[in-house]
Design a binder for this molecule. Sequence first.
Ligand code: NAD
Length: 501
Amino acid sequence: MTTTINHFINGKSVPGTSGRTAEAFNPATGEVDAIVPLASKSEVETAIVAAAAAFPAWSTTPAAKRAQVLFKFRELLIANLDEVAELISRQHGKTLPDARGEATRGLEVVEFACGIPHALKGEMSEQVAGKVDTYSTRQALGVVAGITPFNFPAMVPMWMFPMALAVGNTFILKPSERSPAATVRLVELMHEAGAPEGVLNLVNGDKEAVDALLGDERVKAISFVGSTAVGKYIYETGCANGKRVQALCGAKNHAIVMPDADMGMTVNALMGAAYGSAGERCMAISVAVVVGKETGDELIKQMAPKVQSLKVAPYTDEEAEMGPVVTFEAKERIEGYIQSGIDEGATAVVDGRGLTLQGYENGYFTGGTLFDNVTEDMKIYKEEIFGPVLSVVRTDTYEEALRLVNEHEYGNGTAIFTRDGDTARDFNNRVQAGMVGINVPIPVPVAYHSFGGWKNSLFGDHHIHGMEGVRFYTKLKTTTARWPSGVKDGAEFHFKSGADH
Ligand code: NAD
């Protein structure tokens, strides 16, 4: 059944009025799941007005009281986790256990944000000069916005709004038009939890809505997660308009496999990291760099049958290891990359194209693909495919493998598989990436650390959630104070240091 998605503005679910809409699909069946309104500039304007009006009261609400809304939201999210997971899977296609895992990782950020009174504590130095004290506090920015991708419709919004609201901002969320159902549900639950009107707003939309946020001076900061081209545009436009921007973008995550790696463990790790969620994760491993001929031969020998027998099925099938990809266009793009890999001379050990599931003939299914003998000059090596395709690159030495990781334009996550502590330590020290795994294929940091890449995987100065989230969503104020008993007679004309007193 096709539903119609609404915006959520000033505490109410409101239908779109622009007349422009998009379709969100159920990728397993190819049927339209929901009609999504695409907000006009004036609809975004109503959300900005609501958020700006809510800011004075929300930002001066005691942090412990703001946290109480998040505590309640946490309870409601746990109670409704299965429903949220279903909404994720229905429009994204990922398996239900994966969707539950996604929602749970978002929940952990909520739990971190519940401790905001502690995280917001400032610093104080007594007696920096004669009877003079200095203290620093962090204050909210105002109205801030979040623009999120299709692939984590619950977790990525929860990287943003719980942190932004906890420190006292009001928020406008612009979810992906391809999978907004779960995100809308989170916003409803926040209101059930007691978020006041205007504190958290959601507008559905595309470039028009994003441009309205980018162009409005009441929006003080933007968090973006999505592709690199869009992220770069949002970073450059937002910064040019005087906003604080963090844009977390695309990836091509490499795993180095050393000759001493535990091969059984490595193969299982790569299977999950390359093909879980059909490779539609910014932390998916899409390149395995194997060091030494024997390592490469053994890896391919063990992986090929596993890739061949991946259980690809709709999320309603409990046995599913991997679902469909998100849209017909995504399937076409991914299968186009596979053809280009073959044309450029890579060895397609397993070619996942041409997969049709009985009863789901119109679904966007493509099987797992495994390439061997991929080289640096190939398009499948250089570009983010964002699908279930793993490229194996062979090298003779660790130094050559490290060079490949470091010279790639992206630097989101990376991993090394080895039993040798010296190699692992050297890798961690010299690798040019924001998140490193040592025998851990998807090193997504827990909520009380921070998530973010390097190079073209992140534009901006702050990673997301954890203490980086507190820093991004607040500005620092430093106060120097003295009282009359500390004031000497007469004017002072010369700059002095504390030690001069
Ligand atoms: P996308 O860039 O197409 O869309 C992201 C958001 O930007 C959506 O809300 C979309 O509506 C909006 N948007 C799209 N085109 C726009 C335009 N021209 N102008 C303004 N806004 C626009 O990304 P996607 O396909 O939804 O998500 C997949 C991408 O996200 C992949 O590249 C993936 O690596 C990346 N991603 C990165 C991270 C990370 O943390 N680094 C996490 C998840 C996904």
